[in-house]
Design a protein around this ligand. Sequence first.
Ligand code: GCV
Length: 712
Amino acid sequence: MRARSFTLASSRLLLIAVCALWSSPRVNAETGAEAWLRYAPLSPQVSKSYERLPSTVVALDHSAVLKAAQQELIRGLTPMLGRTFTASSEFVQGNSIVLGRLAEVQALAPKENPPEPLGGDAYWLKSTRIHGSACLVIAASTERGVLYGAFEVLSRIAREESVSNLDEVQQPYAPIRWVNQWDNLDGRIERGYGGPSIFFADGKVRDDLTRAGEYARLLASIGINGCTVNNVNAAPAVLEDSFIAQVRRIADVFRPWGVRLSLAVDLSSPRVIRGLDTFDPLDPRVAEWWRKKVDEVYRQIPDFGGFVVKADSEGRSGPSAYGRTHADAANVIARALKPHGGVVFYRAFVYKHHLDWHDLNNDRAKAAYDNFHPLDGAFDDNAIVQIKNGPIDFQVREPVSPLFAGLRRTNEAIELQITQEYTGQQKQLCFLVPMWKEALDFDMRVDENSTHVKAIVSGRVFDRSLGGFVGVANVGMDANWLGSPLAMANLYGFGRLAWNPNLSAETIVDEWTHLTFGADPLVIATINKLQLRSWHVYESYTGPLGAGTLTNILGNHYDPGPESSEGNGWGQWHRADKQGIGMDRTIATGTGFIGQYPPEVQKLYEPLADCPDKLLLFFHHVPYTYVLHSGKTVIQHIYDSHYEGAEEATAFIAQWKALEAHVDQERYRDILSRFEFQAGEAGKWRDGICSWIYQLSGISDQKGRVGNSARR
Ligand code: GCV
């Protein structure tokens, strides 16, 4: 009897354990290394719904990229569906998943045609019969497209979506979908918060590039097709022949994932590396130097992507040394790259950091437009001007850069910052997709037509052949890549937006959460909500009303430090004084920055009464007692917003705690400690900014939390 009850009890336990296994999001120890590619087992019931998915995965050619796609499908489907999938290098009668380029697929199934043409890296998912066998075809014109199609099928299954009866084409919105890493050759990463470089250590390329290969796989899974591996504050040494030979090893591990490697280069390289006494872009010897250097790069790395250049900015050398233009500088490099199919990204982040702060007409925000608009049409067709989303520098709230509308005959790419330099440095939650969406969806009203930033940068508005999206990622050696599990939603979100900027922030976060944490509805709803609120919350206690992130700009870009913005030449001014706050950038009385926008956008920002509250202090200097559209005074809004933001950040803790029994312990505890820390930081920001602004203004909080009444 005892033995029987023991058996019953233990079989019940076994049943509970099995159920827990299916419903739990665990696969291995949750280090975060798998990111959104976890391929966790689906419940038996869900797996059953995929029982007709063929178990043979056929790759119709032997290229490294198709092999990667084939292996990835097997790697993902086997654990998710709990059955065996096998690879085949040719189609023999039998139900199959078939991977191939369109011509290869049509050789097998001549009557099949995609519903629309497959341009660029687009792919076609088609359920069909080939020689009588049921097949799921993943076809594209490029190998890369096939790989993206394979990742899409895996993502749909991981999110429990159907992959039956398919006949659809997915087109990338733009050809350029790149990330930049700001890795230094000594292994440190500028503005990196996820550990040291996965590429470099001690001045050399790492011996073990396993992580670099895994990173390329992650990038490919979200459609990223290029990666610049070193800091835009570039060490000239990257162009030494001996270094190129090392970098070649990184390109080798990127290649199966269709990620092209690129390098950031210093414009003075022809002089610094050796040989020349000049780097004047119009000197024929300099042109010859770049040509030979680029030939050498392509000899070693035939699919090399190109170069990124930061020049005449923050102390970097630039064409101004010879009285030349940025177009001259970009073109000398572009011409060397052109015969090989390479491109040069020339950054528009050019400004003087020794501005006279006494002069109220000076304005760093004007610099990119002033420098680049006059050069429109002067850049070669394989040069791309890379423009930060806002005119200052990745602040928590900025309007879009007017330069997007100011270049009609020049290729453009928007630069977004995935690494959270000014937005909490991965120590605090700040999901940036909603912010990027606002920039991408902003209508520039060029020629009074609908001209959204996303359409401009992709090349659609001005009919440019090249253009797109660049994200500064800065992943590192930390197991979870960015140093914080929830921050990975930003990397995922960047890739998804670069592929399709029409996706909503809600859709993107929902996909990410499901892939990263599993199907539990409470987990998905809670994490989605936390992520979607996080940018507004962070903004509300760090820099409301468009004042910029009121951080220590001379130090860590993290702690509150509003005084550091003023009294120096860096130009991140908020102009707060005893009477009021904000930068007057109007045409009528201010710096004239608003005049850089097309007329309809000028009308949005120039009249004080019409300017949206969220950007008021970016465009106008107003008294603290100025009444907002909300009916509150500016000063009261600042107090309220800091208190409400800090309160909401504190409430994140309780929301997270509700997931204790639903999330693996590793991630539960890690994220809990991060929310607890964030609550403390938000309080520090609230108190720091509120007491600073009270001391300046002398106006106390109507609610008695700051100022005289608080002291009573
Ligand atoms: C790589 C900001 C950052 C710098 C960065 C620079 C840039 O100023 O603080 O770290 O340098 O932007 O984008 O070039």
